[in-house]
Design a protein around this ligand. Structure first.
Ligand code: ZN
Length: 265
């Protein structure tokens, strides 16, 4: 309790409410730091890969991205969308709205609606500040206020482990929000937000479950990166079913014209 009061007094703690689920969370890492870290990681990641800047797939990603980010409605984000030419089955949205999709995930998305769900899921992680929350927990574990004070004072009495976490928070490690897995709770939460966002953007929310069915079918001995964290696709589908009626109401009001579930990949 003392630590929380101290952090409040320093103005370093923010209490946020997660969209749709309403869960309350505590973040000690300011949004401005997370977004700067996201921007830096985005540039570092893109400098090492081949980004597709033309073609139908690139256009589709941009179109879906703009629709989802409009619904997410976060003016502090500097929304950007990149399609990366790489067989990896993965996608991410870094703090600050920096989105990357690998071309290897397209066959699993299958259509524009599938892309809208995964986009919504990744944006959901960023909007619900899961990265900052994870960072806050790590900072808490290794000594809370001491670490933040050391950072504020510029004193360097940190252990290598503490430095790793702190440098990650400051965006000095390229892995922020990309390589570190989210918890089971964060994944379930991002699924719910993703399905709500896609529905509000005019995509049929039933497709969300289908994405996990297809993702599960990839399984095999070595699951794709996207599946390397729990919960299982079966648990994800059960969770999505509970929220489907609410998502359908949103979809009824926002339904897009044209074919958004036809096979694309
Ligand atoms: Zn996720």
């Amino acid at each position: 309790m003392t630590r929380i009061l101290c952090l409040c007094a320093l103005g370093l703690m923010a209490c946020n409410k997660v969209p749709y689920t309403g869960r309350k969370q505590v973040n000690v890492v300011p949004g401005i730091i997370m977004n700067a870290a996201g921007k830096q990681s985005y540039a570092a990641t893109l400098s090492e890969v081949s980004v597709m800047t033309t073609g139908d797939d690139h256009q589709t990603l941009t179109r879906v991205g703009k629709r989802i980010s409009k619904v997410a409605n976060e003016p502090k984000f500097d929304w950007q969308y990149s399609l990366i030419d790489d067989p990896t089955v993965n996608a991410w949205c870094l703090p600050g709205g920096y989105i990357g999709f690998y071309s290897g995930i397209l066959p699993t998305l299958k259509n524009e609606s599938g892309m809208a769900f995964v986009m919504g899921h990744e944006v959901g992680h960023a909007i619900a500040k899961h990265g900052a929350e994870r960072m806050s927990q790590q900072i808490g574990v290794i000594g809370g206020l001491t670490v933040i004070q050391a950072w504020v004072d510029g004193k360097s009495k940190l252990t290598p482990e503490q430095k790793t976490v702190l440098f990650g928070a400051l965006g000095l490690g390229a892995e922020v929000g990309v390589l570190l897995p989210f918890s089971r709770m964060h994944e379930s939460e991002a699924d719910v937000i993703g399905m709500m966002y896609m529905a509000e953007a005019g995509y049929p929310p039933e497709e969300a479950q289908q994405v996990w069915v297809r993702m599960g079918a990839l399984g095999g001995e070595k699951p794709p990166v996207f599946l390397s964290t729990h919960p299982s696709e079966k648990q994800r589908i059960e969770n999505l079913k509970k929220w489907l009626p609410q998502a359908k109401k949103k979809y009824a009001r926002a339904k897009l014209p044209g074919d958004v579930t036809g096979d694309r990949w």
